[in-house]
Design a protein around this ligand. Structure first.
Ligand SMILES: Nc1ncnc2c1ncn2[C@@H]1O[C@H](COP(=O)(O)OP(=O)(O)OP(=O)(O)O)[C@@H](O)[C@H]1O
Ligand SMILES: [Mg+2]
Length: 430
């Protein structure tokens, strides 16, 4: 991977080597530690954060070099590069050390969004992220911040929908002591706190019109005035805004200013809803199932076939947040094995069938399947049955199954994880 082999650039190669050395020191500290007390953990965390920052600085440098050499190729009129496939695009992002921790998926629309974010991150241009609730807008804002030159500066998040109108100006721009009843001290606003860093204006569509006018003024002048003060203060905050509303519709309705929209959406990123990337549900189920079990200190989450079928086909109106919440709920409420009865009541199918329904019958209030989804589900279903039967035959010994099927053991483990199968559930008890 590029990270450790930066194309023979001496400066970077030496820095990467230094980084590797530091990582090795950390690894050996951990390897020989018999017991870690909280202060040791804090220290290791600080070291890990420092290493992450250094990796990011290096990755910015590498990306900059790549962007420049790309420009040179374009200017010299070399033949256009053919469009890469989804898997390659994701690998290419990783190889360029673009940090998008916690963002999964190979869906072309998600990759489009990540690629736009990658290009926007090193600039100071305002970014507008839109998408339905729970599609990862805040995560995307953090990705943009983490990959920009301001990564080590503050990231301040403001929920524009949660501030009462009367407090809005003071929240955003601060106030002077005595400016209004209750203003007992001078107070910095969010913009000042975000100076040199990034301000994330969440739910921007909820900002009332007077607030929009004030925000527009700041965007134009890069200056603020605390409430009750005449003094102007220069602020340099990179703006990322997010909305789950259709701002163009709000503009037509007269509740959102068109000029503000154009100011905020110099770069526009749209995140796809989960139902348009349902091929990634198995991966998300495996990831959040493990995360929930670990967070709740429970054994890995096992689920019945019919629950799994439901989760694969459910439409997730609340998108990834809903999927994550469901898995935390299952991990918390289920005993050994989660079933349909552990689902939240409002999404639980009314009369669960006793036998596992065939995966393609379109029941359980699921989204309609496309042909490609139907094929994938059928193939997933067959794969899982085969794995279950195989594990039963070998009494849960993965190494034996891998040998019988002439398969790489780690690949087999990945498949088991994908289907939420645990070899120990197939061990024979006497
Ligand atoms: N591509 C992804 N891969 C994995 N997890 C994701 C992805 N996108 C979002 N998530 C997770 O889904 C949850 C919701 O994400 P986030 O809070 O960023 O959504 P949002 O669009 O801001 O939602 P809302 O509109 O409700 O505020 C978080 O736990 C986040 O980590
Ligand atoms: Mg959000």
């Amino acid at each position: 991977m590029k990270l450790f082999n930066p194309g023979g650039e001496r400066g970077s190669a030496m820095s990467y080597a230094t980084l590797l050395e530091k990582i090795e020191i950390m690894r050996s500290t951990l390897r020989w530690a018999t017991r870690l007390e909280r202060p040791d953990v804090e220290k290791l965390l600080r070291q890990a954060n420092g290493l992450r920052d250094e990796v990011m600085q290096l990755s910015h440098k590498t990306r900059f070099v790549e962007a420049v050499s790309g420009d040179v190729e374009r200017r010299t009129g070399e033949a256009p590069v053919p469009e890469p496939l989804a898997g390659e695009r994701r690998r290419a992002l990783l190889a360029r050390s673009f940090v998008f921790e916690g963002t999964f998926g190979d869906n072309p629309k998600l990759l489009d969004a990540l690629e736009i974010a990658e290009k926007a991150a090193p600039t100071d241009l305002p970014v507008l992220v839109d998408g339905e609730s729970g599609t990862g807008k805040e995560l995307m804002a953090k990705v943009i911040h983490a990959n920009g030159a301001r990564a080590d500066k503050p990231y301040i998040s403001v929920n524009c929908g949660a501030i009462p109108d009367s407090l809005l100006e003071s929240e955003l721009f601060g106030h002077k002591k005595g400016a209004f009843t209750g203003a007992v001290n001078d107070r910095k606003g969010k913009f000042e706190s975000a100076h040199k860093g990034t301000i994330f204006l969440d739910e921007i569509g909820e900002l009332p019109l007077p607030g929009q006018v004030k925000l527009l003024r700041v965007l134009q002048s890069h200056e603020i005035q605390r409430v009750g003060s005449d003094e102007t203060i220069a602020v340099d905050a990179r703006i990322v805004a997010a909305t789950n509303k259709n701002l163009r519709k709000l503009i037509d309705q007269g509740t959102f200013r068109e000029d503000l929209f154009y100011r905020l959406s110099v770069i526009h990123v749209t995140l796809p809803p989960l139902r348009e990337r349902s091929d990634e549900i198995p991966l998300l189920l495996a990831y959040y199932g493990d995360e929930a079990a670990e967070a709740l200190k429970r054994p890995p989450l096992a689920m019945t076939a019919r629950l799994r079928d439901f989760l694969l086909r459910y439409a997730y109106p609340g998108n990834i947040r809903e999927l994550r919440n469901i898995l935390y709920r299952l991990a918390c409420l289920a005993g050994d094995t989660a079933d349909l009865s552990h689902l939240p009541e409002d999404i639980r199918p009314a009369a669960p069938a006793t036998a596992a329904p065939p995966a393609l019958d379109g029941a359980l209030g699921a989204a309609p399947l496309s042909l490609a989804e139907a094929k994938r589900l059928a193939s997933d279903e067959a794969e899982r049955h085969c794995l279950e039967r195989g594990l039963q035959e070998v009494g849960g010994t993965v190494a034996e199954l891998a040998r019988r099927w002439d398969m790489n053991r780690s690949h087999l483990q990945i498949l088991l994880r994908k289907h939420g199968l645990h070899s120990k559930d197939f061990r024979k008890t006497h």
